[in-house]
Design a protein around this ligand. Sequence first.
Ligand code: ADP
Ligand code: MG
Length: 301
Amino acid sequence: ATPTALLVGTGRGAQVGVLIKGPEVLESTRRVDTVVLDKTGTVTTGEMALVDVITTPGTDRTLLLRLAGALEDASEHPVARAVARAATAEVGPLPTPEDFANVEGRGVQGVVPLDGPAGRTSHAVLVGRESLLAEWSQPLPGDLSAAKARAEAGGRTVVAVGWDGAARGLLVVADTVRPTSARAVAELKGLGLTPVLLTGDNTAVARRIAAEVGIDEVVAEVLPAGKVDVVKGLQAQGRTVAVVGDGVNDAPALAQADLGLAMGTGTDVAIEASDITLVRGDLLSAVDAIRLSRRTLGTIR
Ligand code: ADP
Ligand code: MG
């Protein structure tokens, strides 16, 4: 039987924190010309923070945080973790949703019960992309639309909150680019590879992060299933594609890639779907992995 994780490069792999599944992986690594980088949790730390809450006139901020927090508390998404953490800190223990659904790569929905002086009321709540709310006939009113555009132009991720039939506010979330991402992108280019930023997030946010780390090619607002198609599309152009991801909504893309690299800080699903695991969870180890494979092959030949 083949060991699932085999260290190659006479222990050099272990030294640089790279786990390679098998020797055949080295060959695909050598041919790679394009490196697709997932944004959230890969180029960025994925440890997001809630930085602003914007409400429509007449909407209570505490109520918004309680309802949105209750749903997000049941989701593992980095945006959700940031919202649930901030909501708990500000309004205390959150209600348990009676009904909860994760709409992959788009948001969450459910029914949140509230106990008040007048007894128990239940609210049908949506938290997520603008398009998810629009689908439930909860378009953003003009002032929220404008506030969303402003926050996104500043590089923030913005999710909308609606309940009982209307959009009522925005949650503005900030992510942090990993300190080593720009250097890693420069080194990938130095090796003759083309970096591409791939994300489900908004185009404005994606462009801003891409500019910050030196990536020219950006594919944004892609649903989780669409990420596989982006990889297939690049392959159809004759490119040999590596994908670096954390497994949150990108595991199928990692599996489709000619070379899948999982952030060690990511999910088990990512590690399963990948050829290489980057133990340190930083993009410089992706560069190390590619360099190491090239050098190791050079030695074999
Ligand atoms: P990325 O491709 O950058 O890793 P995802 O595909 O995971 O991002 O998510 C794309 C977008 O979908 C997020 O930026 C957010 O707007 C929305 N989204 C996904 N899950 C949630 C959630 N649980 N709560 C709120 N918004 C969400
Ligand atoms: Mg991600």
